[in-house]
Design a protein around this ligand. Structure first.
Ligand code: ATP
Length: 202
């Protein structure tokens, strides 16, 4: 699966429909401060199902909709579509019946987000799982947001370890270990109670 095109319409500063064609090899995006380079990366994360407005540098998800400028009124919706070359049929099952996958996310003021894969309505979770199964997604460590490197360098050792663990995808294992430890200590307490009862009986 290879990303081939990102189309933005009304997303943040990209008020007019804008195509970013992603060719084979390395793609670089250059431009002056504030021209929208980070917005492009955020659009990519957003179409893959990002659901934290803070990760989009906003307070609510509707903040991704073009908010208006001196000469242009605000828009009522924002849409991002991501085209994926699936000619090698590497997409997860359920999405693997065409050469091109087009994932579209649209947000409308007061109506929230809606997703489509190849024009078919799907749930946010379907899109998130599609990318998770392909080992990528909105939380992929391959997407490095602004300030993340200096955060990593300046972080205290424990916080840095948490970031690295998240990148390695093992933070879920810690949660499961914690839950297992709670169960174990519950079982140990029950055993101690059984011992007490046995002692009283004997
Ligand atoms: P830098 O090089 O300084 O990091 P950049 O090229 O990454 O800049 P971005 O941070 O992607 O730029 O873009 C910021 C611009 O996007 C700002 O001008 C900001 O006003 C504009 N912007 C962000 N959200 C919206 C919105 N909802 N509506 C209109 N414009 C927006």
């Amino acid at each position: 699966m290879r990303f081939t095109r990102l189309r933005l319409n009304g997303f943040k500063s990209f008020v007019d429909p804008t195509d970013l064609v992603i060719h084979d090899g390395l793609t670089g995006v250059v431009g002056p401060n504030g021209c929208g380079k980070s917005n492009l990366l955020e659009a990519l994360r957003w179409v893959m199902g990002e659901n934290r407005p803070t990760a989009m540098r906003g307070e609510g998800m509707e903040d991704v909709i073009f908010a208006g400028a001196a000469t242009r009124g605000a828009r009522h919706f924002a849409e991002v579509s991501l085209s994926i070359d699936n000619s090698e049929r590497l997409a997860p099952s359920g999405f693997n019946d065409s050469d091109v996958l087009e994932i579209v996310r649209r947000i409308t003021r007061d109506a929230g987000s809606a997703y489509k894969v190849n024009t078919k309505d799907v749930r946010a979770r379907d899109v998130q799982m599609l990318f998770a199964d392909a080992s990528t997604g909105a939380h992929s460590p391959a997407l490095v947001r602004q300030g993340q490197i200096s955060e990593l360098i300046n972080a205290k050792p424990k916080a840095r370890r948490r970031i690295l663990e998240e990148a390695a995808g093992i933070s879920g294992l810690y949660q499961r270990r914690h839950e297992a430890e709670l169960k174990l200590s519950g079982a140990e307490q029950n055993l101690a109670r059984v011992d007490d009862v046995l002692e009283q009986l004997g």
